[in-house]
Ligand binder design. Structure first.
Ligand code: SF4
Ligand code: SF4
Length: 310
């Protein structure tokens, strides 16, 4: 088995999640992603390394963080904290003195024998609700050796597993190490046009669409296509139509359309990153969301009827 280049870091473990698969779930968010989507709603998952995260709303302006920082990366004047990210090395010293937990380091390594018992804490709720554990991120498939060890143990305990993926993964490793232990795969499709995909995510979608076709052929019962609807980006009419046509061409693969939520602006600021100017416009109205879903369903249904008749 080949070793992985980086120790996998987790930036959040969310218990009682209701939107990440069937039933009550615990969702594990990995750091590190091969894509860098303009609208990414989990920007703390893009970088694979630890990052200092500053909750402005929690800060009480005491200045203790500035006093402890050896690199003089924090200034605190009149209750206003400013972090110089060029000086900060994400050492985390300031997080230990913050009385308001306004400063935290996102990204911690969990040994497998610590993560599995943590995830099993809510097994009673999983069993009662038909839930389980969901792996998300970031991109969980970046860590196949680590994830395989976790999955083997979860499956031995009879825990249902969902994997959320951007689809940009190494197929042989995914197929051999992860697919046998996963019950459902939420596979993101953001654009069919290769240039547009590159423009929005920083990468071509060639590998993603190839992996999607492989998965549809080898394990269609595990596949659910997941389409993020981001106003001004993925929710554009021509993009929606292209994705619907692509899904409609696959035999019986279910899909879900996810309305974008705007937490990315606050999260980017907390990481010292500047979100793209268009982000504030990316909230679909309920009426637009319903219209897009109707169009999407109609195209998929039409494609499938045509295929069945031919
Ligand atoms: S993480 Fe370390 S270097 Fe960065 S602001 Fe805090 S104490 Fe300073
Ligand atoms: S220690 Fe925490 S609460 Fe105090 S100024 Fe720094 S970030 Fe704000």
């Amino acid at each position: 088995m080949r070793s992985e280049p980086l120790q996998p870091l987790i930036f959040d473990i969310h218990r009682y999640a209701l939107d990440d698969g069937p039933g009550i779930r615990t969702t594990v968010f990995f750091k590190g992603c091969p894509l860098a989507c303009v609208w990414c709603h989990n920007p703390e998952g893009v970088s694979a390394t630890p990052e200092l995260y500053y909750h402005l709303q929690k800060c009480i302006g005491c200045g203790d963080c500035a006093a402890v920082c050896k690199r003089n990366a924090i200034t605190s004047e009149a209750g206003q904290v400013v972090i110089d990210r060029r000086r900060c090395n994400d050492c985390g010293d300031c997080t230990g003195v913050c009385p308001a937990t306004a400063l935290v380091i996102k990204g911690r390594y969990y040994p497998v024998d610590e993560l599995v018992p943590t995830l099993c804490q809510d097994k009673r709720f999983f069993d009662h609700s038909g839930g389980g554990v969901t792996f998300s991120g970031g991109e969980p498939t970046l860590h196949p050796d680590y994830l395989e060890q976790v999955l083997v143990q979860l499956k031995a305990l009879g825990i249902h597993v969902v994997l959320q993926t951007c689809g940009h993964f190494d197929w042989p490793r995914f197929h051999h190490q992860l697919l046998p232990y996963v019950d459902l795969i939420y596979f993101d499709i953001k654009a069919i046009d290769v240039h547009r995909h590159h423009q929005w995510t920083g990468r071509s979608n060639a590998t993603i669409l190839t992996n999607l076709a492989r998965l549809a052929a080898s394990a269609p019962e595990k596949l659910v296509c997941s389409v993020p609807l981001v106003d001004w980006f993925t929710a554009r009419e021509d993009n929606v139509r292209a994705i619907a046509g692509h899904i409609g061409a696959m035999v019986g693969v279910p899909y879900r359309l996810n309305a974008y939520h705007p937490g990315a602006i606050i999260k980017n600021a907390a990481l010292g990153k500047t979100p793209p100017a268009a982000l504030h416009q990316q909230i679909l109205s309920p009426a637009d969301y319903r219209r897009i879903v109707k169009t999407f369903d109609a195209i998929v249904s039409h494609s499938r009827q045509k295929r069945d008749q031919s």
